[in-house]
Design a protein around this ligand. Sequence first.
Ligand SMILES: *Cc1c(COP(=O)(O)O)cnc(C)c1O
Length: 393
Amino acid sequence: MNDLPAAGGCAHLECTRCGATYPAETLQRLSPCCERPLYPRYDLEAIGKRLRREDLAGRSADLWRYAELLPVRDPAHAVRLGEGWTPLVDTPRLADALGVAQCWVKDEGQNPTASFKARGLCLAVSRAVELGVRSVALPSAGNAGSATAAYAAAAGIEAHIVVPRDTPFPILEEMRALGADVELLDGLITDCGARVAVGAREHGWFDLSTLKEPYRVEGKKTMGYEVAEQLGWTLPDVIVYPTGGGTGLVGMWKAFDEMERLGWIGSARPRMISVQAAGCAPIVRAWERGDEHAEPWEGAHTYASGLRVPRAVGDFLILDAIRASGGAAVAVDDDEMKRWTPVVGRLTGIFAAPEGAATAAAIAPLLRTGVVKPTDSVVLFNTGSGLKYVGQA
Ligand SMILES: *Cc1c(COP(=O)(O)O)cnc(C)c1O
């Protein structure tokens, strides 16, 4: 992978609430106007004129194949470990078992550090380095922490990860082996967030919490580009996404919009399905009530740690995408995830994370309510490898 990606860079950042714009060449976090996520915006008309979708064909087998649509300006700042361009596995026997016409599994467990957190943190770290950051910090209960540790190590900068004391031992060991400064706290991820905020003030750590800086979403949006490219520039009828902070779901929604403006796809969209754990389902509750925002979930519990997110900063963006696409939000309990893990494994050859198994478990209730039809083509997101959860269920 010594083939450098193309030069990229966005035109400006835009508040997802009110549309106010901010320069992209200084470090930004939430929008100063509304305290909401900022989205990078590109000059898509100009990019569309010089980049055709066919031009991508011979490019590197990682997410940097979409470099013109990514915020990193200087290709030398791209921190690369082989992230993205994961296989979209056609799984006909799983399709039969689920009762749908066609099913693919996007196997994100094949990313560096064995989860799709690599995509977002690759971009966040690369861009932070480009803007002069030398130490990053993150509150995490798992996969985001190891991905941060890996990209910080690859970039040669410091990573401070604050985790609850009960974080699974293999993940602690992974983060330490990747050179991160790991701090254990008695408390929840929210307490870890408060500790990171103090470290940011006292030591100048740059906080990479999801959607609180503008670039993780850009890494996650590449899943949308990949699904389209891997399906020959078509999209499936349905995308099923296990949702914590929802960065991947809103990222793919952003990617579809960008691809349409580039002239790469038409206006048809998949129905976007958000799957959460029954023990922590703030988006499902808000979707059922028709609310614009999701109330924080009290007493969150599930062994699918990626779904243990009681409050999502981008809740309104997730709910917008689900509604605009004619999708739905469904909750699946831990027993169903455990039941589906070996079914997915036996029928596909993929050892799924509980979050991935949850997407398969969600199909039966979706067929019952008619949101998914037996004639549909479906993409399930297996967001991580089952190996990271061994011994936890
Ligand atoms: C973080 C995580 C999720 C949730 O991702 P979001 O984009 O924050 O919704 C799902 N699965 C796994 C394995 C994760 O690590």
